[in-house]
Design a protein around this ligand. Structure first.
Ligand SMILES: NC(=O)c1ccc[n+]([C@@H]2O[C@H](COP(=O)([O-])OP(=O)(O)OC[C@H]3O[C@@H](n4cnc5c(N)ncnc54)[C@H](OP(=O)(O)O)[C@@H]3O)[C@@H](O)[C@H]2O)c1
Length: 333
């Protein structure tokens, strides 16, 4: 099997000096383990945080370990009662052609007829982040103004559409005119700010005349500060991610406008999608209903080959992606 292992802690974008593609024997399965052959790997910004030293919601990947990553594949050998050869599973195989899975929180058995690519883009962890982060943490009400950053990305593009379904005015923040055009012209956002060419604070004043009731934050950094400056009374800031600072080695600067949380009685709250594990069925049933009704659309960037994983992950940090980045390791059977 092939795997990409961590050789040193990256600084900035990931490079081949930080990781190495190795060929190694297939693992010997212990009792309770099964072997999955990987078909698709999900490129998530959080993978980059696991490569940093320090404590996150999962332990850091150690030097010499396979880069941790979620993906879909089928079981090719089993020593575990929960999985039979041929079963489709969504698990954490890592950047590798094969991964060991167990009957645990990180592995879900899928129906054999599950369409795999939509599972990566919307009916999996990305859709769950958008659904629970917006609806459970942000609690948008009809008529409220929702702002979402990385609006042309995997999570943000879904968040904006769910906020429209919830009856809100939706303004995206994205890094190109093309992304802004996609979310406004095709996904129904009411406006979009290009954070590379426009003054975000000034444009927020123009596009959100009633201020911001819910900010779904995918990026942190100066954009978080700008939106805090535009917060409405009882505004909610959903801390989903902070991709603007994941590549930094020092501590991120604090948002200067946080005092608005006091004067406007606001609230900032983080969440981790895995916390909603026992409600995933509810989420995917609802997302599939909205998709069938034509209310939910998505895009993906398919990248071919395990050896493209570092490039594919970096796309999230340079903004080269529109929608979900997925690496195809082998063709679907
Ligand atoms: N809490 C959770 O459980 C959870 C679950 C899933 C995802 N997340 C978080 O959600 C966020 C989005 O993840 P994703 O996988 O859906 O990625 P994505 O949005 O598809 O891709 C990331 C996007 O972030 C934008 N970006 C990168 N650097 C930026 C910067 N310095 N300033 C502003 N924008 C920047 C880029 O778009 P532009 O062209 O617009 O700059 C890029 O396309 C990440 O922060 C991730 O960690 C959290």
């Amino acid at each position: 099997m092939q795997a990409i292992v961590l050789r040193r802690r990256p600084e900035g974008l990931l490079s081949w000096d930080d990781v190495e593609l190795v060929t190694q024997p297939l693992p010997t399965l212990a009792e309770g383990e099964a072997l999955m052959q990987v078909i698709y790997l999900s490129m998530d910004a959080t993978v980059r945080t696991w490569l940093n030293r320090g404590e996150g919601y999962l332990p850091a990947v150690e030097i010499g370990e396979v880069v941790r990553c979620s993906g879909i594949g089928h079981i090719v050998a089993t020593n575990c009662d929960a999985y039979a050869v041929g079963d489709l599973v969504y698990s954490l195989p890592g950047w590798a052609t094969y991964g060991v899975v167990r009957d645990d929180l990180f592995t879900t058995k899928l129906d054999p007829d599950t369409p795999l690519r939509p599972m990566m883009s919307v009916f999996g962890g990305t859709g769950a982040a958008a659904y629970f982060g917006l609806l459970d943490v942000g609690k948008p009400q009809p008529g409220e103004t929702v702002v979402v950053s990385a609006a042309g990305g995997a999570t943000g593009s879904l968040v904006g559409q769910i906020a429209k379904i919830a009856g809100c005015r939706v303004v995206g923040i994205a890094g190109s005119d093309d992304k802004c055009a996609w979310v406004t012209e095709e996904l129904g956002f009411d406006g979009c700010i290009n954070h590379r060419t426009e003054d975000v604070a000034e444009r927020l004043r123009a596009l959100c005349p009633d201020r911001v009731d819910v900010y779904f934050d995918n990026v942190g950094g100066p954009i978080l500060d700008d939106v805090l400056g535009a917060l409405n009374q009882r505004g909610r800031v959903v801390l989903c991610g902070a991709i603007a600072v994941y590549n930094d080695t020092g501590r991120p600067a604090g948002p200067g406008n946080y005092l608005n949380l006091i004067s406007r009685r606001g609230r900032m709250e983080g969440f981790i999608t895995l916390d909603y594990w026992d409600r995933f069925d509810e989420c995917f049933t609802q997302l599939k209903t909205w998709a069938a009704e034509g209310k939910l659309r998505w895009r993906e960037e398919l990248v071919d080959g395990l050896d493209r994983c570092p490039d594919a992950l970096n796309m999230l940090f340079t903004g080269a992606n529109t929608g979900k980045v997925v690496v195809q390791v082998v063709p679907e059977p």
